[in-house]
Design a protein around this ligand. Structure first.
Ligand code: NAD
Ligand code: MG
Length: 385
């Protein structure tokens, strides 16, 4: 593999910071040519001063001026707004774009990258939940690859490589179960923000950490898997695996199962996406099985954590429903993080918004964005009630 030029969208987030560490590990293989940040200019400047991308993108002119005072080099350009993000995603010299923007903010930049013929390393699962069919079609049309960065999907991608899709029986996503895996149902009403943000195995951004506590993260991932690997939702299973060492598995028609294992550190899937199809020796620690001792697996408690059933329903109804589930969840999580609603209300709000929404085909991006907007409005209304 030669040098790969990569743009980092969401360089200041949890995934973005891990991506910077991977890039710093392989200066001969990975060159960061562009970076975006949204609210933390100090962090963006620190990352940019280290990796010196030619082009940067920030939300507005004020942030751009702030960023400029913090840079110790002269970038070629600082772009602004969503338009700027899309231009960064289609940067001439880029081979690959990492999309690691939380929520649906990554949607338009992902399309821009694909339209410009870039391979996409995709962390933002919301993009596929909202517009999976359109995104996969755009990638196919332009002959671009989507390399999954979400650890479960990166694991499945590794297990499926060079295999005949006809031999696959099902995909088995592992889930840590989050901080409330063993909690009795009646205690969940009083869950605090701090408790929900204390993930047992992963350090991540706030939104995905709450999603991991409700299991909506796994629900979103079921839909993500459905599009990435082109299988029906009925062939996507979830098993709880509290140690987060087995990142996911593929069961084949002969009953054999392949799994991918590593420590729970997002640099593993990011490195694989950045250096694919090569495997490079870097700084990541190997597993020591005798020290791990044991790996546990259990059924998810779907009665207490309804997120998996809701996601399955959304996928089965299809059309705009996955986008509706995603939008209602984004609003409900923000309301919970602002301490305005109790934890179990996240499930109630998503379920109610889904119930209120009539089935509608996801014919184009406009239909999806309209469903997203309406779902957000309904979710806000329910949260305020
Ligand atoms: P984070 O909150 O730590 O970072 C989010 C990034 O997005 C930041 O760089 C922020 O500046 C930027 N951003 C936020 N709102 C934006 C907007 N409106 N426009 C442009 N940029 C914006 O989030 P994270 O944990 O790094 O997660 C990023 C994505 O990756 C999410 O979709 C998440 O589901 C997915 N993911 C994360 C992990 C993980 O370990 N953190 C694992 C798997 C998948
Ligand atoms: Mg994941």
């Amino acid at each position: 593999m030669s040098l790969r030029s990569i743009v980092l969208l969401g360089a200041t987030g949890s995934i973005g910071r891990s991506a910077c560490r991977v890039a710093a590990d392989f200066p001969d293989r990975v060159r960061i040519v562009g970076m975006s940040g949204f609210s933390n200019m100090e962090q963006l400047a620190a990352a940019a001063n280290h990796l010196r991308p030619a082009v940067l993108a920030v939300p507005d002119g004020r942030s751009a001026a702030d960023l400029r005072t913090r840079l110790d080099y002269e970038p070629r350009e600082i772009l602004t707004g969503e338009e700027g993000l899309c231009r960064l995603a289609s940067l001439e010299e880029a081979d690959m774009v990492l999309v690691a923007i939380v929520g649906t903010g990554g949607l338009r930049p992902t399309f821009a990258a694909l339209e410009a013929g870039k391979d996409v390393a995709l962390a933002s699962k919301e993009v596929l939940v909202v517009a999976g069919e359109l995104v996969m079609a755009a990638a196919a049309r332009r002959g671009c690859r989507i390399l999954p960065v979400d650890s479960e999907h990166n694991a499945i991608f590794q297990c499926l490589e060079a295999r005949d899709p006809a031999h696959v029986k099902k995909l088995i996503l592992t889930a840590s179960g989050g901080p409330f895996r063993t909690w009795p149902e009646d205690k969940l009403r009083a869950v605090t923000r701090e408790e929900a943000l204390r993930h047992p195995t992963w350090r991540m951004g706030e939104k995905i950490t709450v999603d991991s506590a409700t299991l909506f993260n796994k629900g979103l991932e079921m839909i993500e898997a459905r599009w990435l690997f082109g299988v029906g939702i009925e062939r996507v299973d979830v098993v709880i695996h509290p140690q987060s060492i087995v990142h996911s598995m593929v069961e084949f028609v002969d009953g054999s199962v392949l799994a991918q294992l590593s420590h729970s550190d997002m640099r593993f899937p990011i490195q694989y996406a950045f250096t694919w199809p090569d495997r490079l020796a870097g700084s990541l620690p190997p597993l020591e099985f005798a020290k791990l001792g044991r790996l546990d697996f259990e059924e998810p408690r779907c009665d207490v954590f309804p997120a998996l059933d809701l996601a399955r329903q959304a996928a089965e109804r299809g059309g705009v429903l996955p986008a509706v589930l995603n939008a209602a969840n984004e609003v409900a999580v923000a309301e919970f993080l602002a301490s305005r609603i109790a934890f179990p209300r996240i499930w109630d709000i998503v379920a109610s918004v889904m119930e209120q929404t009539p089935d509608h085909p996801a014919s184009d991006l406009a239909a999806l964005l309209e469903a997203d907007r309406a779902a957000r409005e309904s979710a806000r209304r329910l949260a305020a009630a």
